[in-house]
Design a protein around this ligand. Structure first.
Ligand SMILES: Cc1cc2nc3c(=O)[nH]c(=O)nc-3n(C[C@H](O)[C@H](O)[C@H](O)COP(=O)(O)OP(=O)(O)OC[C@H]3O[C@@H](n4cnc5c(N)ncnc54)[C@H](O)[C@@H]3O)c2cc1C
Length: 371
């Protein structure tokens, strides 16, 4: 008999959600993380994450997003905290033919999602903070919004703990091995045994995947906060949507409503760029790039923070059974767009661990697709 039904390694975005679903379902759960709650070494920090449904990365993600919205709405109540998903609306801008605009529109049409198409004048009229170039097309999605990754992880961990999960921070996994009866996980505090292992180690995945050789690329990104000369109230969640913009120079950049207290600033960051490495854009350069689009944002750079993407070659996730071990599930390679999915991928992983199957569509994320 193993000590635990399931051991979850990594208690960031995905591990915390998986632990919550498993514990809620009566599983004996051990959760291990090498760092304390709220650490800033991985991918789940920085105060805000975009959540949206009209998914330019692929219409195949939409069913997961519809379920994620239900779970986000439930999580705040369950954890006894204010709502986690704040709906701000979202603008997806670019020239017609750009990935952000065309892809968002294709997803919205395929799934009948509520949306409006605006031209540059329409964007300016609706959101006077924006002044897009005349040849811009934009999709507006009313249900897009913001989640705080720190609050979300804390809420998932609180739910898991309330249902009896044994959550241990500052306990790094050094190695693991699987045999017919389960899995042994080794840490400096001794071996632990479990029936199933869920690996959700974020950017440390290459160290822990047990021979599964995935072509993962770990890349730094920098989040920037700006202090608009007119104050940040005009950028609040009640009047300023989250936005993503395919700049004509080949830079994909995004920003969020100002969800922090006065003075904490308005966030923007480079997602991808063909001009130079995304992390090499300084605050001043980001301000210069944004000046035509958001003329009131200004160039007063308040602060910056690093965060890490773990990219797969196709930028789709890796979620499913480890091809060599029937007791091991893998969740990594979230390629800079995973956070909004944490509750639903956590649900899928918990269903796989307990029932062996899930109804959630995970084919796109097959861990063996690169072999
Ligand atoms: C700048 C930035 C902006 C982003 N914006 C968005 C956005 O707007 N919308 C969106 O949906 N997504 C966004 N993402 C992506 C999203 O944040 C990530 O996909 C998500 O946070 C990844 O979660 P994770 O659980 O895989 O990793 P993490 O949250 O980093 O968790 C991994 C955990 O594993 C632990 N761990 C690792 N190795 C071990 C070990 N050996 N033993 C024990 N513990 C271990 C780590 O300590 C860590 O806590 C963004 C990412 C970044 C960096």
């Amino acid at each position: 008999m193993t000590e635990y039904d399931v051991c979850v390694v990594g208690l960031g975005g995905f591990g915390s959600a998986t632990a919550a679903h498993l514990a809620r379902n009566g599983q004996r759960v051990l959760g291990l993380d090498r760092y304390p709650i709220g650490h800033t070494q991985g991918a789940s920090h920085g105060e805000s994450r975009i959540v949206r449904q009209a998914y330019f990365e692929g219409a195949g993600y939409v069913p997961l997003l519809l379920r994620a919205y239900e779970l986000w709405d439930r999580l705040g109540d369950e954890a006894g905290v204010p709502p986690l998903l704040v709906r701000t609306g979202g603008l997806f801008l670019g020239r017609p033919g750009s990935r952000v605009f065309d892809g968002s529109l294709a997803s919205a049409r395929e799934w009948g999602l509520d949306h409006e198409v605006l031209d540059a004048a329409g964007v300016r009229a609706r959101f006077p903070q924006f002044n897009p170039p005349p040849d811009t097309a934009a999709l507006f999605e009313p249900v897009a919004g913001v989640v705080s990754p720190e609050r979300a992880v804390a809420a998932q961990l609180a739910v898991a703990a309330r249902h009896g999960a044994d959550l241990r921070h500052d306990e790094a996994v050094e190695s693991w091995s699987a045999s017919g009866t389960g899995v042994t996980i080794r840490t400096a505090r001794g071996p632990h045994t479990a029936g199933t292992l869920v690996l959700a180690p974020g950017r440390w995945a290459p160290e822990l995947l047990g021979g599964l050789d995935l072509p993962l690329r770990v890349e730094r990104r920098v989040m920037h906060w700006f202090d608009p000369p007119g104050g940040q109230a005009a950028y609040g969640p009640d009047r300023f949507p989250i936005w993503m913009w395919d700049h004509p120079d080949g830079t994909s950049i995004y920003g969020l409503s100002a969800v922090g207290p006065p003075g904490s600033g308005v966030k923007a960051a480079v997602h991808h760029s063909t001009v130079k490495a995304p992390a090499d854009w300084s605050g001043a350069e980001v301000a210069e790039l944004l000046a035509p689009l958001l003329p009131g944002l200004g160039a007063r750079h308040l602060r910056a923070m690093d965060c890490w993407y773990t990219l797969t070659p196709d930028e789709h996730f890796v979620v499913g059974w480890h091809p060599a071990y029937e007791q091991v599930l893998v969740a990594c390679g979230f390629s800079g767009h995973g956070f909004k999915f944490t509750p639903v991928i956590g649900e899928a992983l918990a269903q796989l661990a307990v029932d062996g199957v899930t109804a959630h569509p995970l084919d796109l994320f097959d861990p063996t697709r690169f072999s």
